[in-house]
Design a protein around this ligand. Structure first.
Ligand SMILES: [Zn+2]
Length: 80
């Protein structure tokens, strides 16, 4: 299996280790953003793409989630 974003070889969730780490960061930080800004998941992802502090990896992942099927993956990870 290959990373959906950069085509590196991967075994997990469709992301390579670097993008998977960015993905987990995104999921982890969402709770705080949601409390502070009262925004929904999609809006949060849009903000990540706009925010210059989030870094290229996170932006790639945010973009992929918005355009792709990764929202379903996130639901599976909510117990994580
Ligand atoms: Zn990747």
């Amino acid at each position: 299996m290959k990373c959906k974003i950069c085509n590196r070889e991967t075994e997990d969730k469709g992301f390579c280790p670097l993008h998977l780490r960015a993905y987990r960061n995104i999921v982890e930080k969402y709770a705080g953003w949601q409390r502070a800004l009262n925004i929904d998941w999609t809006e949060y992802l849009v903000q990540i793409q706009k925010n210059s502090l989030t870094g290229e990896w996170a932006k790639d992942v945010a973009k992929d989630i918005i355009t792709g099927e990764s929202i379903d993956v996130r639901k599976n990870e909510e117990t994580y």
